[in-house]
Write a protein that binds this ligand. Structure first.
Ligand code: IPD
Length: 272
């Protein structure tokens, strides 16, 4: 049976409503944990895990109620298949920036994207600590709290402020650190905020000139990647690959080539 594709604007409306409630749950759970004066780091970590799971469950339940046939891919619970031959898959990171959440640093976000036939067509990233919200639909532009955003116009790598991040695995970090030390002499400086979805939104509005990271999962970059792309950035992997686990680069078109080539020279998608 032939389905008409859902309108990205309708999918975005659903995503935004759900992400706002999800962000409220994340910040409420953190406030409750803090007021309960949790003493040890291991208990703190449990609070993060509990919040991550509760938020993803809430998102999944709300999506199921509104769009029962759709598939879902989430950081905590993996993937659920579509009930029928539905073309829509939702991709959720319930709390991106979990270490910031743990420490109370105000950069943690709910990231929710909708894919139609494998292409991300709508996405929202909501900073649960500050309420800042970035949205995009495919072909419809990128917005921060409703205001259109554009990426940096920087063209010179040596003058570019570059965001990045690191995985959790120690062996991967050894390689990521080597890449970073090779890149640092060739750029203005480096920023590491600790939430990939927000890094992509910061790049989308030119707060940094470009961003790269190896090891990102779809829930880390699906929504933020669309925001960055719709803000005029090139979002891709290495050597023409789609953005994915080996590499995600988001950069203004003129900066993409120099950054890409430097990352290739440093074997940035190699290592563990
Ligand atoms: C992590 C953050 C971090 C990035 C890591 C991600 P999480 O996601 O986005 O900035 O460097 O690669 O795994 O664990 O906080 O959801």
């Amino acid at each position: 049976m032939q389905h008409t594709s859902p309108d990205p604007v309708d999918l975005l409306k659903i995503a935004v409503d759900i992400a706002r409630r999800a962000a409220d749950t994340a910040s409420r759970m953190r406030a409750e944990a803090v007021s309960a004066d949790i003493g040890t780091k291991s208990t703190d970590t449990d609070v993060v895990t509990a919040a991550d799971r509760a938020v993803e469950r809430q998102v999944a339940e709300e999506l199921r109620a509104l769009r029962p046939g759709d598939a879902l891919l989430g950081e905590e619970y993996g993937s659920t298949e579509a009930a029928g031959d539905a073309a829509v898959r939702w991709i959720v990171d319930p709390i991106d920036g979990t270490v910031n959440y743990l420490y109370g640093l105000p950069q943690y976000a709910v990231s929710l994207a909708a894919e139609v036939n494998g292409v991300v067509v709508a996405g929202v990233v909501r900073n649960a600590a500050t309420g800042d919200e970035w949205t995009a639909t495919l072909g419809g532009g990128a917005f921060h709290d409703g205001r259109p955003v554009r990426g940096s116009r920087q063209t010179v790598l040596g003058q570019a402020l570059i965001g990045t991040g690191f995985g959790y695995d120690a062996a991967r970090r050894v390689h990521q650190a080597a890449v970073l030390s090779g890149l640092l002499p060739h750029v203005r400086d480096i920023r590491r905020w600790g939430a990939a979805s927000l890094d992509l939104c910061f790049a989308a509005e030119g707060l940094i000139d470009a961003y790269y990271e190896k090891g990102l999962n779809p829930w880390d970059h699906a929504a933020g990647g669309l925001v960055a792309r719709e803000a005029g950035l090139t979002v891709a992997g290495l050597a023409g690959a789609e953005p994915g686990l080996p590499m995600v680069i988001a950069a203004p078109p003129a900066l993409f080539g120099p950054l890409h080539d430097r990352l290739v020279a440093l074997d940035a998608s190699g290592g563990a």
